[in-house]
Design a protein around this ligand. Structure first.
Ligand SMILES: [Ca+2]
Ligand SMILES: [Ca+2]
Length: 76
């Protein structure tokens, strides 16, 4: 295992866990909106959060998995 990849993965898991409030392995729109609201970003409203999450939801099932959450980030 590449130790650098391990560190990245730990950070990624920690980031994902922050959004996955109920720990079921999926980020729902409601969870994403709540975390955004808690972070106090006045520019991220409900519709914006929905659009951001929908963009990450590759298979369109309404929730974002760990893989979906970081698939977009890897492409950049
Ligand atoms: Ca969840
Ligand atoms: Ca999905």
């Amino acid at each position: 295992m590449d130790p650098v990849a391990d560190i990245d993965n730990d950070a990624a898991r920690a980031t994902f866990a922050r959004y996955d409030l109920n720990g079921d392995g999926h980020i729902s729109v409601e969870e994403f909106k709540r975390v955004m609201a808690e972070m106090g970003d006045p520019f991220v409203t409900g519709p914006v959060a929905e659009a951001v999450l929908a963009a990450k939801d590759a298979n369109g099932d309404g929730v974002v998995t760990f893989e979906e959450f970081f698939a977009a980030a890897k492409k950049i």
